[in-house]
Design a protein around this ligand. Structure first.
Ligand SMILES: [Zn+2]
Ligand SMILES: [Zn+2]
Length: 300
């Protein structure tokens, strides 16, 4: 057990699935997105910020898909987070690394002395080779790829990051989830996934928080994603104090015309439906910009 000298904040930089709010699409979720702030959309991403005496000493960014850099600009204004110490990529899908180009160039251009250069990028070798390094060939010139291995702990200041293998289908080689430990606090991020091959690993159990890919309400295995209902079995197995659903789109639920939930739901209904199945568990829907340890309390 490490004894941290820092406090940990976890910001959800974005919650959107691969295709965000669909242009031209008639659904309560798309209507809600258009009516609120259509610019304030970002793919699922997390910032782990370690602060000492209120000063940011380390910022670890996990995934940087579309809309994430604008979300970080917002975070910069609200919490003075001006640098990124390292980027961690869960898997080689564009909605998880699209803005690495923008981010890495911005960090070069900002000329800040406290910005590590070259920018460290952690990913599995297959993820790096089929994703970022295949799309942004020049990325290697302004970053330092650091290959990760499942089960091998990475120390990032007071944060211990342990990658675990997830199955997110054949188009996502090297896909990874992460266990984050900071002192006694434990957080599980599944990343996009359908199955966790080593789901019995005790490391995954008893976390404070678990963030889970819930691309649809109903199970839809052909999408290689998990669903709200499909996740319940893992939640009951791992027993986190609280579980958050992310990456919700609900699009494939339209095939369930025999079910009351048969398409993308807007937030109020999604929250209600989640409450309806919670059965004593603390189940929530993650929201853009929420910050655990700051705007939202950690679980007791
Ligand atoms: Zn995704
Ligand atoms: Zn994916």
């Amino acid at each position: 057990m490490n004894t941290p000298s820092t406090e940990l904040l976890l910001r959800v930089n974005g919650v959107q699935a691969a295709f965000g709010i669909e242009l031209g699409f008639a659904s309560p979720r798309a209507d809600e997105g258009r009516a609120a702030d259509p610019y304030r959309q970002a793919n699922v991403s997390y910032s782990l910020v370690q602060r000492r005496n209120g000063e940011v000493v380390r910022h670890t960014l996990i995934d940087v898909g579309m809309g994430v850099v604008p979300s970080l600009l917002e975070f910069e204004v609200t919490h003075d987070v001006h640098v990124v110490h390292e980027v961690v990529i869960t898997h080689p899908h564009f909605d998880h690394f699209a803005q690495l180009d923008w981010l890495s160039m911005a960090l070069l251009r900002n000329c800040r002395g406290d910005q590590p250069r070259p920018l460290p990028i952690y990913a599995t070798e297959p993820c790096w080779e089929t994703g970022p390094n295949a799309i942004f060939r020049y990325l290697a010139e302004r970053s330092e790829f650091r290959p990760i291995q499942f089960g091998s702990v990475i120390m990032l200041g007071d944060v211990l990051l342990t990658p675990f293998a997830v199955d997110h289908g054949p188009k996502a080689p090297g896909a990874s989830g992460f266990v984050i430990q900071h002192g006694e606090r434990k957080i599980v991020l599944t990343g996009d996934f359908l199955h966790v091959p080593d789901k019995d690993d005790p490391l995954l159990s008893g976390a404070d928080l678990c963030f889970m890919d819930a691309n649809t309400w109903h199970p839809a295995d052909w999408t290689s994603h998990q669903s709200v209902l499909g996740n319940l079995r893992l939640i009951d197995k791992w027993k986190p104090k609280r579980a958050y659903f992310v990456h919700y789109s609900g699009y494939e639920d339209m095939e369930r015309d025999d079910d009351p939930i048969n398409g993308p739901m807007a937030m109020p209904r999604l929250r209600d439906e989640v409450r309806g199945i919670s059965d004593g568990r603390d189940l929530r829907v993650a929201e853009h910009g929420m910050i655990l340890g700051n705007t939202v309390e950690w679980p007791e």
